[in-house]
Write a protein of this length. Structure first.
Length: 187
């Protein structure tokens, strides 16, 4: 934590199990302290760790069997403000986070209809480019909507937005982009 305060890195790689302080607690402190983003990297392929890491503010979750190239890509993705999950845990995470029922009205009332639509597409795994194509708007417009959604809902990044959308029932696993062509599954 001292090194993070002194050097202010854009991204840190954090293990779940560490001496002194576990990685989840460290990520929670990192997220609360500033703009450094964290990627959890672990050998433990447990859904509870994924959920806890994302809830603590992690922007990524990878298993230690990633290649050097995949790790480099993950750092770049998270550094630019996006989120990244290991492909092997994504489907299980979505199933765990899905809760049937309508979205919480109080939270979603703050969003415009277009912002809700952007959040749904984002939660289904679409990139900004894919969302722009689906809504026939520019990528810059999508980025603006994503920024507003995050601000209005008090979320740190896309990873938290995805978790939030599934936890509140805005989207369900059957709507996931991982279950078919994302552009043909619009609501």
């Amino acid at each position: 934590m001292r090194l993070i305060r002194e050097t202010a890195p854009d991204v840190v790689l954090m293990d779940i199990r560490m001496p002194g302080m576990n990685g989840i607690d460290a990520v929670r402190r990192i997220s609360a302290a500033g703009t450094t983003r964290a990627i959890m990297i672990t050998t433990f392929d447990l859904d509870a760790y994924v959920y806890d890491a994302l809830a603590a503010g992690a922007s990524g979750f990878l298993l230690k069997d990633v290649t050097a190239a995949e790790l480099t890509t993950a750092v770049r993705v998270v550094a630019r403000g996006d989120a990244l999950l290991a492909p092997g845990v994504t489907r299980r995470l979505i199933a765990r986070l899905a809760r049937p029922g309508p979205p919480a009205p109080s939270a979603y009332d703050r969003l415009t209809a277009r912002e809700l639509e952007v959040l749904r597409l984002l939660a289904r795994g679409l990139s900004n480019t894919e969302i722009a194509a689906a809504l026939v708007v520019t990528e810059h417009t999508v980025k603006t909507h994503v920024t507003r959604v995050l601000a209005k809902l008090g979320l740190r990044d896309r990873a938290q937005a995805i978790v939030y959308a599934y936890e509140t029932g805005l989207v369900a696993p059957a709507e996931s982009a991982f279950m078919g062509d994302p552009l043909t599954r619009r609501r």
